[in-house]
Design a protein around this ligand. Sequence first.
Ligand code: FA5
Length: 335
Amino acid sequence: MEKKLRELKNRFFSELKTVRDDDFLAELKIKYLGRKGELASILRGVKDLAVEEKPRVGQLANEIKKELLEVFGRTEAIIKKSAIRPRNFDSSLPGQRREIGHLHPSTIVQEEIEEAFAKLGFSIFDGPQLESDYYNFTALNIPEDHPARDTQDTFWVEGKNLLRTHTSNLQVRMLEKYGAPFRGIFPGRVFRYESTDASHEHTFYQTEGLMVDRNINIGNLIAVMQSLLSAVFHKKVNVRLRPGFFPFVEPGFEMDIECFICEGDGCSVCKQSGWVELMPCGLVHPGVLKAGGLDPEEYSGFAFGLGLTRLVMMKYRINDIRLLQSGDLRFLKQF
Ligand code: FA5
């Protein structure tokens, strides 16, 4: 019986060397130390031994059992720390490539714009997307029955609240909070209750710019717009300025950019005109300065509302605005 016990111990140790995972270790434990395992079956024979042999064999069996249990404990701990490789690990197989995330094209362009404006001394501000009728319309010289409200189809929410239709909602908020002189841009998401096509989304991004100080004029506005475009395109781009009406600027302009998709020939993005509306702008209306708590006799300013999503389309020659929010990785991975 002593021989059997020693053999069992040797077999156990040589099998233990082949253990590669905890499933196999558990099988081994049942095989050797389980209630119906090999050690238990040897021990059942102890009662048939001669009286003088019983203590010696019993003691040996107990020592072996203790040793095996200790070794199991240690091996289990090592496997848990995954110091042992899985049994079927093949170190010659190529590894799995990890997907690396990257910035959305709108974020890339927004960051370029922020950097360019920071260099011109503009601060960057954020503000509410769920807005009151007052800041989105009334404070901007657009009273309740003004037809200009119809040009920005609105998602209304309970009370007199709405999803902001433009980043201009921050103009009066900023003037109230910071007063003059003020120099800031407000990039952000805006919403319009309109049907979509190649150049219109219901949810898109704008970047508002506002500068208020003494003696601000159209020359300042044009200089700032030029630096913005060269920061984004790194080359000369064709733009045109035409009169535009917005109740919160006077005079108001529309700045269009020559369509990058068709290079001015006409396509679905520019509605066959060769030009894309990019950046309405103008000098801040005295009524808006007053709503912001400033004296229009003392201060003047300019504001613009850059269509950031359209700018992204031009920069990367994206011919359908809906791709930008499609979540299609085949599209997004190109940037
Ligand atoms: C405005 O939103 C004014 N708040 C802009 C402004 C600011 C004027 C400050 C004067 C002073 P408009 O509705 O035209 O204006 O939108 C501005 C720009 O947003 C457009 O030129 C266009 O580039 C972009 N835009 C407008 N509607 C959409 C749309 N549905 N999808 C994508 N881009 C749009």
